[in-house]
Every structure is written in structure tokens, then in C-alpha cells.
Design a protein around this ligand. Sequence first.
Ligand code: FAD
Length: 377
Amino acid sequence: MTKRRVVVVGAGLGGVTLARVLQVHGVAVEVLEAEPSAAARTQGGMLDIHEESGQVALRAAGLYERFLTKVHTGGQAMRVLDERATVLHEETDDSAGGRPEIDRGDLRALLLGSLAEGTVRWGGKVVGATSLGDGRHAVALADGGTVEADLLIGADGAWSRIRPLLTPAVPAYTGISFVEVDLLDADRAHPTAATLVGGGMFFALGTGRAMLAHRETDGSLHVYVAVPAEVGWLATIDFADPATSRSAVLREFDGWSEDLRDRVRDADGPLVPRLIHALPVDHGWPREPGVTLLGDAVHLMSPFAGEGANLAMHDAAELARALVEHPDDTEAALAAYESDLFPRSRAAAADSAANMALMFGPNAARVMADFFTGARP
Ligand SMILES: Cc1cc2nc3c(=O)[nH]c(=O)nc-3n(C[C@H](O)[C@H](O)[C@H](O)COP(=O)(O)OP(=O)(O)OC[C@H]3O[C@@H](n4cnc5c(N)ncnc54)[C@H](O)[C@@H]3O)c2cc1C
């Protein structure tokens, strides 16, 4: 195999999966990560790892068995309620589902821990990259340094610094604003909310609003309160003031069951605002020598299909496979990878956009419940 310097920008789930699978096949790789350390930011949130994507990647990484030991037992349970807190659909976790749940932090730690010492350069914030010709690139770092790459891979998420080498696309606001809420020690401190959410995933849908929640492995509940709103709405709320921010959010849920509204009223700690952005569903680019993207950098989408992290890992495994199958021809490898990447991304992004329309559309809870029972496609 020709020795090529492979540089990955971003040590999120996609970047570290790529590095791991390449190392399994003896390919040298280095990862530049902006954050100062693996512990710089709590990763938070639960992810269900899909059989056809995330699990495929974990098998390619040789980590599937270890992943199973970290799965959140009971986490595949699911409930769908309407805004009056009437349960329309419920599934228990019989461990037979194809979507085991894991804490995102545990998953990233598993992947990072599997890499050769020194693979990730922490504090390696990239500010841009330029072509040197012949498929080589110079990557500029915020500390003034430069790294030269024979193959450059942007795994640096929504606001990728590598994407402009390939496409002018930038994420656009989807029209949905999230406010994140934590309820700690839920069984003891928030028993009604704990019972309503159940053991895993939870959807409360109605009147063009949504509350999505997960039970986390530490016994807390993490709630995404979702509101269709102007892009400036969240900026009008003073999130440093818990009382003001709670009332502003609660105003959006007038008429909802008080048990559901209590999620916001009884939040532990500050509410956290988040705008939901997406790239165009048909995002792609003509082949450009020596550089490609994976994960959110390619197909940032709303989280309503629960696909983003799974796809990022799947992209990574597929890119590694293509590179291993074409050891002396980087362009053939990238062409093979991208020919599957674009249709795969388009299908998931379209699903995610359709789910978003469904969740904020008429009779959302009933439509969603019918979807899960199979009564509706
Ligand atoms: C609220 C919410 C809920 C979600 N729920 C789910 C879910 O249930 N299931 C699911 O599959 N997906 C979910 N997703 C989507 C998922 O989080 C993303 O799709 C996934 O994290 C993408 O992985 P990635 O590796 O491509 O990018 P990221 O996870 O964004 O990683 C990018 C990495 O690059 C680094 N970086 C960024 N810029 C630079 C730079 N300039 N220089 C160096 N490093 C840089 C970042 O620090 C980061 O470590 C959710 C997303 C949101 C917002």
C-alpha cells in the first residue's frame, strides 16, 4: 500500500470510528480535534444504535461485543402520548429490538479508548484548508501551525471548515427551536414524570408542539421541548433567568396536561436553547481530488429520524472500507465511497424532514402511534 498521510478533522463519533476502522486494517491516521481534551464537554444524551448502520460500523471497528456490555437495558421501551397525556402507544423493551440504546459519552469513550496512543491531537482547531495540487491539502490550525495531508477528511460536523473545499452549502434553520430540560434522579424527585416517560424513549405530541424525552443511564430524564418558531425566538428569552425562561416556554404549551407542563416547571438547572439546522436533502458535490466529508458535515439533519450519529459512524466504516479496498488509488476509493454516500444521505435526510412534518402536523400523536403499530406506512 502506498504510504499516504491521512488527516481527519473532528473526533466526534464519525471521526473516531473512521480512525478506529483504519487502524484495525493497519492504516496510519491522525485526527485533529478542536476541543482541548476528551473530557472538555459532557457528551450527554442517549443514542439508539441501528442494526443497518451504527451496528455495522461497530462490527467493522471490532467493538460490537464491548458495545453490547454498555447498552442501557430497558432503553428500547417507547411511549407515544397526546397533549392531554393520554398514552396512545406503548412498547416495552424485550431486548429483541434492533436498536439498543447507549449513552453517547460511553460510546465515544469506547471508540476513543480503542485508538492507538496519540491518534487524536486535542486542541487542534482547524481554521481552514487549501489545495496544494495533486490532491494534497494544507490544513491551517488556530495556533498558527499547518498540517499537510495526502488525504483530508472533514468529520467536523455541522459547521465544517473542510466542506467549503467541496461545496458552498451551509446549514439552514429548519424552523424548529429546541429547549433542553433535565430532571435529575427522576424516580425519587420527579415520580410523575418518570412514570410518564417510562424506561426509554417518549414522545408527547399535539397542537404543533412536541416534547421528546429519554430516560438516561444515571436515572435522569432528558427532555427536548420542540417549538416551531421564528429563528429569533430563542434569542428573545433570558435563559440565565430560570423563572423567565420557564414561563416563556410554558406559554407555548397552554392547554397541555399539567403533568407534561411540569417537565418544564420542575426542571433541574437552566434550560438550554438550541436551534435545529439542516443541510439540503440533496447535498452532494463533484469529485475533488484528495478530500471528502462524512457525518453531519455531509448530511446535517433534524434529529427526528434518530439517524445522524448512526449515519456518521456508517459513513466512517464505509469510507475506511473503500480506502482499504483501493490501497493505491485514493480517487477510486473516494469515488466508490461517495457513490453510495449521496443516495444514503438523501434517503435519511428525506425521512428526517418527513418525520419533522409529521410531528408538528395535524393529529401528530395518533399518526405517530399508527406508524409504530404498522397501521400507517
Ligand atoms: C438534539 C439532538 C438529538 C440527537 N439525537 C440523535 C439520536 O437520537 N440518534 C442519532 O443517531 N443522532 C442524533 N443526533 C444527531 C447526532 O448528534 C449527529 O448526527 C452526530 O453527532 C454527528 O457526528 P459527527 O461525528 O459527524 O459530528 P459531531 O458529533 O458534531 O463531531 C464533530 C467533531 O468535530 C470537532 N470540530 C468541529 N469543528 C472543528 C474544527 N474547526 N477543528 C477541529 N475539530 C472540529 C467537534 O469538536 C466535534 O468533536 C441528534 C442531534 C441533536 C442536535
